[in-house]
Design a protein around this ligand. Sequence first.
Ligand code: NI
Length: 163
Amino acid sequence: MALRKILTADEPALHKVCRPVTKFDSKLHTLLDDMAETVVEACGVGLAAPQVGILRRVVVIDTGEEIVELINPEIVETSGEQDGMEGCLSVPGEYWLVKRPNYAKVRAQDRDGEWFEMEGEELIARCICHECDHLDGHIYTEIAYRKLTDEEIEALQSGQEEA
Ligand code: NI
């Protein structure tokens, strides 16, 4: 496993629509292993492949209990609403307020190509939506409605993570 360099939002790779994964081979497995190590090292909740310069539909999410690998994810159900702060490893040092569904269910393939479903509420739902947006070239600040001030960040920073 190796750490990958996390690109910032000024890089073109963060604004492209990613291609589906078609080969579930050792190259994909290495990417997934590297993304898992990279998101843990960066204290992030999630990481999408374009953030490390790979324009494929691959996401990892650290639920706190395990790293879930989502290949070719499609959000199949959302409900409710949450309104809160969000960050992104590709937009370091900034937090913005974003409205998201409070619940999301995603259908995805695992590293061997088997389809499965993952669902979550609150932070996990927020992360699923945030990471899937990355695969279509979207950064969360596009839909955020207000940037937090430095004072607000200081007040909230204990325990917050970036996606
Ligand atoms: Ni992000």
